[in-house]
Ligand binder design. Sequence first.
Ligand code: SF4
Ligand code: SF4
Length: 395
Amino acid sequence: MSNQDYTVSQLMALEACTNCRSCVEVCPAVTAALDAELSGLYRIGGIKEILRGRSGLFRKLFKKRLPDEQALDRFSGTVFRCTLCGNCQEVCPVGIRLKELWVSLRQDLVHSDAFPKKIEMIRDNLEASHNVFDEDNEERADWVEDMRDAPDHGFVKDRADVVYFTGCVAAYFPLAQKIPIALAEILETAGVDFTLMGEDEWCCGFPMLGAGLKEMFGAFMEHNLAAVKQRGAGRVIFACPSCFQMWREHYPREAPIVHASQFLMDLVRKGRVPLKDLSMTVTYHDPCDLGRGARVFDAPREVIRAIPGVKFVELPQNRENCQCCGGGGNLEMIDAGLSAEIARRKIDQVLSTGADAVITSCQQCVRTMTTFVKRNKVPLDVLDITQLVRKALYR
Ligand code: SF4
Ligand code: SF4
């Protein structure tokens, strides 16, 4: 248990909070659970209590004590019930980098032995298999076998112009595997020389940060960087916004990185993706890590608008104000009920637009929203931007 999990600027920022409650009002977890203890404001109060309890001076002057084991566990239960959507950070008027603070707090709680049991499972899975689901890492690119005309090399080549880093969710979840299949077909049609890394791809590290397991990250990062370098690629593309964010913020920039929506926008602009008419009305859900995180708002919208026949309508809350789908921050593993309730609110908002389909640019958003609409028999299509383009592709 130590304060070293926080940076000096994080410790100083705690004192800048003005109790304005803006972070409470926008928090999807608070609204869905009707529980203000899930808010940023409450959490900041909790961190201060812990830090003061650790300070010798505060203990002497104000008889401050560390929260007991039960209180710490209870607090921890609120901290991990957060999607790390960053909406609180977006609205904080004094600019506290709240999302990073929540990650540091999770790290602190893991070091303090006050964390949900599921965290141990995430750690064990990553250690044993190099992916978060404890799947055989050699099967990472097995989804290629489900493609209609899969080439003999299975898109795993020694060298290529572009590396496509698929991420754990898209590699292993059948529902999400439609995304790499769609992207691979588009890249083939556009004549892009790309490769997958197969078993050489390890988890990007994002689930480690969310689980407070930052110490594990270095080895994974070094492995992934070496694997990309070995392929001599000039660019790395990601359809997963969390992998993209991870590489943007935590990997040394050795090769240019680009999200699939940006790559598609470029291909569409150059006329390398022949598109046919699609008669449908769609709306767009900004994934938290791609929108608020990486500030990629325009590329997916430009791609959608480039498809003839598609009518595009915005959600009432869009771009940096877009409401989370409920799938982030490992919340589904920690509290599946809360994750589903956040998804319900998202789908209600989507239905209010009258769209036939909600488009997003994230396999986890697709998985969360699709699971909800299927379970509740909601007549709505949920598609990744790659799937929408694949649907419109002339082949
Ligand atoms: S990151 Fe999102 S879910 Fe977590 S406290 Fe902030 S607004 Fe709430
Ligand atoms: S939005 Fe920022 S200043 Fe306002 S209560 Fe939340 S953390 Fe404090």
